[in-house]
Design a protein around this ligand. Structure first.
Ligand SMILES: Cc1ncc(COP(=O)(O)O)c(C=O)c1O
Length: 400
């Protein structure tokens, strides 16, 4: 039989989705599964965005330009200007989600066996994109004790080799909820300039910064014109994950020229979804204020409830809508599967994402899970209570 590629065989499964068959089986047996595992917000998509698709008068659903519609990119430059990020339409390539922006970025800056340094834990799909591009992820570990702040810059220095092409950060962080400070961004800026590397920032959660904190983009940092590339998306900003629209933004025209060739190969981003995304730019500020308030309250509730459980440790999430929780167990993969297969509390259970898949270093994160707080407060409270009850019977029945 012909064989699948080595690349395909080593492509990692998503730690967020790999337990889905167990959840489906539980649901078939009438169990209510509360999903803490996936970043699918329950917030309503702005009406202006949905109306743009509902009310359109298109007669032919054409391809758009490979770099995305001119009008949308012009308006998007206006969105960035409001966020104190000054770019032009020609600095933007519209992609099919932030996911494709990540793929284009890797394709445009890295060759096979090149290395990209990434603070871990990181968004698990970076491993998948790196595998697809034949690129090696070199992790620098960040720790729950320091709330997953940027590791000392010397740790990055130590890992730089002739094969290193870039440093990749996620800000605010999925799965950590950490928001990098201006000072941390400046440290990264200095190191990429010193070693002539790219600095890639996944800023898809830009709007989700809490407690009065301000997000500081790498594109606000002077002197990074040739180094900085951001990956962005409408998925979380407007709760429109299914639109599949994102973008790559850089002032480096060599990167734009290169990424455009990848964009041409896949022809164009989706036309309807670009219309929705363009209209979404009209979303009033009050929408974001309300959403931020809602997530802040969910975060507060989640942290307060988790802290009541003996043996559970968490950081202090400052942004995005995730947190890493350390549990008094030794194998979160087993625990997460056991929750779905064996544990029920009043007819319900919870689905969590084991954190090991968010680390590149073997053995790390085994006693951690990632929790996404994209549920209403009532469900979140129930979910944490289920987790508490589960930990009682797990530690008793499955002795660590
Ligand atoms: C950190 C991060 N980057 C990128 C993405 C990709 O998002 P999308 O392709 O929906 O824009 C996600 C999705 O969850 C994410 O969490």
């Amino acid at each position: 039989m012909p064989k699948v590629s080595h690349k395909g065989a080593t492509m990692p499964q998503s730690p967020i989705r790999k337990l889905v068959p167990f959840a489906e089986a539980a649901k078939k047996n009438g169990v209510e599964v509360i999903h803490l595992n996936i970043g699918q917000p329950d917030i309503k998509t702005p009406k202006v965005a949905l109306d743009a698709v509902r009310n359109n008068t298109l007669e032919v659903l054409e391809y758009s330009r490979s770099e995305g519609s001119e009008e949308y990119r012009q308006k998007l430059a206006g969105y960035y200007a409001k966020n104190d990020i000054h770019v032009n339409a020609h600095d933007i390539i519209i992609t099919t989600g932030g996911s494709e922006a990540l793929a284009f970025t890797m394709g445009s800056i890295m060759d096979t066996d090149d290395e990209i340094i990434v603070p871990e834990p990181f968004y698990a799909n970076y491993n998948g994109f790196a595998t697809a591009a034949g690129v090696k992820v070199v992790p620098v570990t960040s720790y729950i004790d320091s709330n997953f702040a940027l590791p000392p810059i010397e740790e990055f220095e130590k890992r730089i080799t002739p094969k290193t092409k870039a440093i990749l950060i996620c800000n605010p962080g999925n799965p950590t909820g950490y928001l990098y400070t201006k000072e941390e961004i400046k440290k990264l800026a200095a190191i990429v300039k010193r070693h002539d590397l790219f600095l890639v920032a996944d800023e898809v959660y830009r709007e989700f910064a809490y407690d009065g904190r301000q997000h500081y983009s790498i594109l606000q940092e002077e002197g990074l014109e040739q180094h900085a590339i951001i990956v962005d998306s409408v998925s979380k900003r407007y709760s429109m994950c299914g639109a599949r629209i994102g973008c790559l933004v850089t002032r480096n025209q060599e990167i734009i020229k290169t990424a455009l060739k990848f964009a041409q190969a896949r022809l164009s981003p989706p036309t309807f979804a670009q219309m929705a995304s363009e209209a979404a730019l009209e979303t009033p500020q009050s929408y974001f204020d309300d959403v931020k308030e809602e997530y802040t309250q969910r975060r507060n509730l989640l942290v307060a409830e988790l802290e009541k459980i003996e043996g559970v440790r968490i950081g202090n999430p400052q942004g995005a809508f995730y947190c890493i929780a350390e549990l008094p167990i030794d194998d979160a993969d087993h625990f997460a599967q056991w929750l779905l297969e064996d544990f029920r509390f009043e007819g319900e259970t919870v689905m969590v994402a084991p954190a090991a898949g968010f680390y590149a270093t073997e053995g790390l994160g085994k006693n951690q899970i990632r929790i996404a707080y994209v549920l209403d407060r009532e469900s979140l409270k129930r979910a944490v209570n289920i987790l508490k009850e589960a930990l009682k019977s797990y530690t008793h029945s499955e002795a660590i």
